[in-house]
Structures are given as C-alpha cells and as structure tokens.
Design a protein around this ligand. Sequence first.
Ligand SMILES: Nc1ncnc2c1ncn2[C@@H]1O[C@H](COP(=O)(O)OP(=O)(O)OP(=O)(O)O)[C@@H](O)[C@H]1O
Ligand SMILES: [Mg+2]
Length: 393
Amino acid sequence: MGDFADYARKDFENKKVVDGVNNEENDVQFNVEDAKAFDAENAAAASTPVTEANAPVVATSSASVTLGRGLDVGTANLVSSFQDNGGNVNLKIQRNAFIDIDCDDYTRNMLTRLGVQYVVVNGRMVVVGDPAFELANIFNRNTRRPMKEGMISPDEADALPIEKMLLETLLEKPQQPGEICYYSVPAEPIDADMNVVYHQGVFGGLLKGLGYEPKPLVEGHAVVFSELAEDDFTGIGISCGGGMFNVCVSYKSIPALSFSTSRGGDWIDRNVANVLGISASRACGLKEKGIDLTNPQGREEEAVEIYYRNLIAYTLKNIKERFESSSSMPNFPDPISIVCAGGTSMIGGFTEVFQQEFEKIQFPLAVKEIRLAEDPLYSVSKGCLVAALSESV
Ligand SMILES: Nc1ncnc2c1ncn2[C@@H]1O[C@H](COP(=O)(O)OP(=O)(O)OP(=O)(O)O)[C@@H](O)[C@H]1O
Ligand SMILES: [Mg+2]
C-alpha cells in the first residue's frame, strides 16, 4: 500500500507544473483575485524551453491508453486514474492543499535547492500538493485547504485556481476532446446545511475547461463499483474520508440509499486535539502513526479510539434509521457485504471495531462480511474509472 502511494506520488512529481528555477523570468505570474487560473502548458512553454527534464504536462499518447478517466475529488486527497491498453490501472495522488510563502531570494533559492515547483501569485510563492504539505512542516505552519467537509471551501477565496492547477497536473490533457471523466461528489449531507449543487458545478466546470466531458458519481457508489463487482454490485460501500463519510446501499448497481455525514478524519483530529489540548495536525500525526484501535496505548491513543468508535456507531445508526424509514427499499434476498474504503478506514483494528459496533445494533439487513477495500485510498478513483470505461468506446 505504502509503496503504491509513493509510486503514485513520485509519478506526479515527475510531471512538472513549472520548474522552480532560480530566475525571476521563469516565475509564472497569475492573479488569484481575478480567478485567472494558471495554465501549466502555456506558461511553461512560454517561459522555458521544453526538454525531457522540464516538460510540462502533455497529453498521454492515445496509442497506449484506454479512453476514460476517473477522478476522486477529496477533501484531503485528489486521485486520478486511467487504464493503459495492457489493462493496468495507473493512479496519481496529490494532497488537496497549498501553501503561500513570502517571495524573497532566500526562499526562492531554498525551494530551487529542494527541487520544489512553485508559481507566483500576487507577489507570493504558491506551492501546491504534496510539497505544500512537506513545506508546512518545515515552516511549522498549516497548509491551506481548498476543500472543507467534502466540498469546495467557503473560507478559501483562492480555492478555484488552486484546484485547477492540481487537476491540470493530475489528469493531463484529454486524448480526444470530450473524453469522459467521472468525478466523485458527496451524496447530500444529512448533518450539514451545505448542498452539493455548487461544488458539483465548480468541478464540472473545471473539467470541462480542461476538455473533458465531466460526469459526477456519488462517492459511495464509486466504492460499490470498484469493490463489489463479484457481488453483482449489490451491498454497502462506505468511503471513510477526511471531511466526510459517504454511504451507498446498492442493489444490482442501482443506489437504493445514498447519504453523507460531515464527520470524517478531520472531525476525529479536531475532537482529539480539543480533549488533549494539542493542535489538530499533531492529532492527525498521532492518528496516522500506526495505532491499533483494538489495543490503544495510553491516553492519546484512547482518545483516538473513543472518537473512531463514536464515528462508526454514528454511521451505522444512520444507515439503519434511513433504511428503515424509507418506503422504497429493494428486497435483498441474500446476505450482503459492507466494504469500507478511504484513508480513515486504514487505521489498525478498523474492521474489528466496526464489527463490534455492528453487533450492538439490530441492523436491518443480513450481512455476510465487513471488509476493507483492497486499496482504500484509491478505491473511489478506481470506481470512477470503472464508470468512465463502461461508457467510453
Ligand atoms: N494510516 C492511516 N490511519 C488513519 N487515518 C489515516 C491514515 N492514512 C490516512 N488517514 C486519514 O485519511 C483521511 C484522508 O482520507 P481520504 O483520502 O480517503 O479522504 P478524502 O477522499 O480526501 O476526503 P473526503 O472523501 O472526505 O472528501 C485523512 O483524515 C487522513 O488523516
Ligand atoms: Mg473521499
């Protein structure tokens, strides 16, 4: 899993947005206030000669790649996917984050030495994706996040051009105009005022701008597509993300029930941080460092376990209530599988705690197994790709 993530991230680094060279002329200027987003290809072509080493993003050769793309639009991570003609799925992942830094010679030189790419926005250097996360640690700052609780963030004025930059680099150009790109959207949240209309429209517009035909896919449904093929796409897919949990109860690939909750990994971090009196990013580090929920060691790990358990119980309770209160649920003749995906499901002991909480309630469906997705971080993107491939010729 870790190796795969590293590979995908490295692959991204090889595709340069723009070389952070020690030369003002090569800085790319764009104005965020005007929402004039950075165009990686034109800017790079205009400012630096194109060589193997500094090549901007280019369309992947259509000879080797099947038409159709998948894109997981997540609060914490963006993941793109395509299939080559050998049937291999290629994935790229980047943190959905950025950081802006004072534009002085010292910092510029440091970024160049570190090989970090940047663009200049309104006189400040902006770094996006994974390098932003690493720099935030170096500068002891928090990254800025274009999305919050599963949707484009109302608190972040610069969100759109940053997302455009990240999408350009992750997806590359379509192999032909109007290539289908399925992208994940949250189901309607049950515990937040936000609706998904604006968020869906924004990402649809960005993808259209890149030359794709955008098609939204509810995130839980994407988990069903990638993980429940052997069950005839019948069962429950849950994406346990950073900003949300997304649930889809599916019968023969048709969603019978979909909803999201605005509680996810960030919610755990915030709550653990509050009770322990530490920062949310420290709480996140603590959570990701390799805890076993079935055997928490000490006060800090116990706090993580308590909030995980609460979040899982809350999710199960909502599935049960919504399933029982709906008049139009299909009959599931056979016991079904529940599959959990997303980064939040990757903590040690997740399925065991899920099983324990499941046994505490009278679940309205017969369940044969509760399991993790094969690659929890990539499952949603792969599900989007399955949908795209099935519609592309
Ligand atoms: N090993 C791990 N243990 C626990 N949590 C982890 C681990 N690895 C990643 N996470 C958490 O997973 C979350 C990110 O997961 P994911 O990439 O699935 O979210 P997302 O799709 O970006 O968000 P969303 O779907 O909610 O918009 C973060 O909260 C992160 O802290
Ligand atoms: Mg997600």
